[in-house]
Write a new protein. Structure first.
Length: 186
């Protein structure tokens, strides 16, 4: 497992060390939204030859413009926005992204699951299934879950359990929880 510190400079190079800093920046630009639904972009946009797929929830939904602005100049980008969906509900979107053979996929899911009645183990199993959906040559990067979600019905303990499960996958992690916690406390 490795953590990626959010930075201001665009340094994302999937094939040269799998450093998802630009994606981290773009994800950290937004706040949680109230958008609902699933929007899988019909194809890749951008000018690069390396394909980056993003599968994300509310933060991704609110970051579509910023994500494309940060990534389209150097990468081919496709986003599956699955706002307010539990990880167990989005395997078909993960499969659609996997079928397009991305070089890198960023999975930013689990926030909604901290509100859901299903146990954290169910979310972790769904995320593990998603990971296996992608080719072994695809760099899979996770964004961890903010444990201080702060809305009625959220479960910070469950969010922390989901993060522990994500860490156990041994994949690179964008430390959203640390970033937001640090931002909130300042």
């Amino acid at each position: 497992m490795s953590a990626v510190e959010p930075r201001v400079k665009h340094t994302f190079r999937p094939k040269a060390g799998h450093r998802p800093a630009a994606i981290s920046i773009a994800l950290c630009i937004s706040v949680v939204s109230v958008a609902v639904g699933c929007n899988l972009e019909p194809g890749y946009s951008g000018s690069g030859t390396e394909k980056v797929a993003i599968l994300g929830d509310e933060v991704t939904s609110q970051s579509l413009v910023e994500l494309h602005a940060a990534l389209d100049p150097g990468y081919s980008v496709r986003i599956g926005d699955v706002s307010w969906s539990a990880a167990t509900q989005v395997q078909p979107v993960a499969q659609a992204l996997a079928d397009a053979s991305p070089d890198t996929v960023v999975i930013s899911l689990g926030t909604f699951d901290a509100f859901d009645a299903a146990p954290a183990a169910t979310t972790i199993a769904a995320l593990q299934t998603m990971t296996a959906t992608f080719s072994p040559t695809t760099c899979v990067v996770f964004v961890d879950v903010y444990t201080g979600v702060g809305k009625a019905g959220s479960d910070p303990v469950k969010a922390a359990e989901i993060n522990t499960g994500i860490a156990a996958f041994g994949k690179p992690i964008v430390p959203w929880n640390a970033y937001v916690t640090r931002s909130v406390s300042q």
